[in-house]
Design a binder for this molecule. Structure first.
Ligand code: G
Ligand code: G
Ligand code: MN
Ligand code: NA
Length: 253
């Protein structure tokens, strides 16, 4: 209960802030989107990564509230960038809890209208682990979100259990290949085979492919050869505050 009060206070005091990591088209190299990644600006402990608090937020049943905070900041920032002529999408991570929240689609719809952001500019990321909790209710939420016109991404692809069934049956637009297959790309033949076949499969199913965890120029080059659509990773840019990302976009343009 103490933890819940502390986290509630942190939300009310606006201590959670969103950092952004760009996703760049392979080949051309233009930034086409950003992933929103939450951090806690703790008054005493400094900037905390999600690993330090997401579990607590989940246990305190405050994940829907935190998801709304991230969506609010992400949508508002994306709308601001688009007013400056930057046609970016913003990707926001959902939690299993949010995926079971029947109020989420209505809240997302209201948010998009309030900030006049086209639904197609928002992508929501979910993992296979989130769906296995309750596939029927998860699918209902995903269908309702999809009906709004926004994009759905399957995150951390390749690390879950029921990959192919979810790919076939769920309304995804984007597949994010987990960084464990991408980080050392070029050094292990198995990684190359997995990225190549996953990309071919995703494209055949009409999904675009994002590779996460691109840490080297060699990986970036190989991803382009393998036909992956977009890349995200430290080699391009770390997750940074919105002002820093604006500067990064400016410097690249
Ligand atoms: O940089 P990184 O440490 O940001 O993120 C670590 C993990 O936290 C990742 O698995 C990421 O998906 C998750 N994460 C980051 N931001 C959010 C968020 O806003 N909501 C949820 N549910 N997960 C997030
Ligand atoms: O689980 P999800 O894909 O949502 O989380 C993205 C996580 O990956 C964040 O913690 C982010 O900081 C981290 N990340 C982003 N780029 C890289 C990278 O190039 N290498 C590694 N190791 N982690 C990365
Ligand atoms: Mn993600
Ligand atoms: Na991931």
């Amino acid at each position: 209960l103490r933890t819940r009060q502390m986290l509630r206070r942190a939300i009310e005091q606006d201590e959670f802030e969103v950092h952004y990591q760009p996703q760049c088209a392979l080949g051309g190299g233009a930034a086409v989107g950003v992933e929103a990644l939450v951090r806690w600006r703790h008054p005493e402990r400094g900037l905390l990564p999600p690993g330090a608090f997401l579990e607590l937020v989940e246990q305190a049943h405050l994940m829907p509230a935190l998801t709304l905070v991230v969506l609010e900041q992400g949508v508002q920032q994306c709308a601001a960038w688009r007013r400056q002529g930057r046609e970016l999408t913003v990707s926001v991570n959902l939690s299993a809890r949010s995926l079971l929240d029947p109020e989420l689609p209505g809240q997302v719809d209201a948010l998009l209208r309030r900030h006049a952001l086209p639904a197609a500019a928002l992508v929501l990321e979910v993992t296979e682990e989130m769906i296995v909790t309750d596939p029927v209710r998860s699918l209902a939420t995903l269908d309702a979100l999809r009906a709004l016109g926004l994009g759905l991404a399957l995150d951390d692809y390749g690390t879950g259990y029921a990959s192919l069934r979810y790919l076939r049956d769920l309304p995804f637009d984007e597949l994010k290949i987990d960084r464990s297959f991408v980080q050392d790309l070029g050094t292990r033949a198995a990684d190359t085979a997995i990225v190549a076949s996953t990309t071919e499969l995703a494209h055949a199913l009409g999904l675009r492919v994002v590779a996460e965890g691109v840490e080297t120029a060699a990986a970036l080059g190989l991803l382009a050869e393998l036909g992956v659509d977009t890349a995200q990773g430290y080699h391009l840019c770390r997750p940074v505050p919105a002002t820093d990302l604006s500067a990064w976009l400016e410097a690249r343009a």
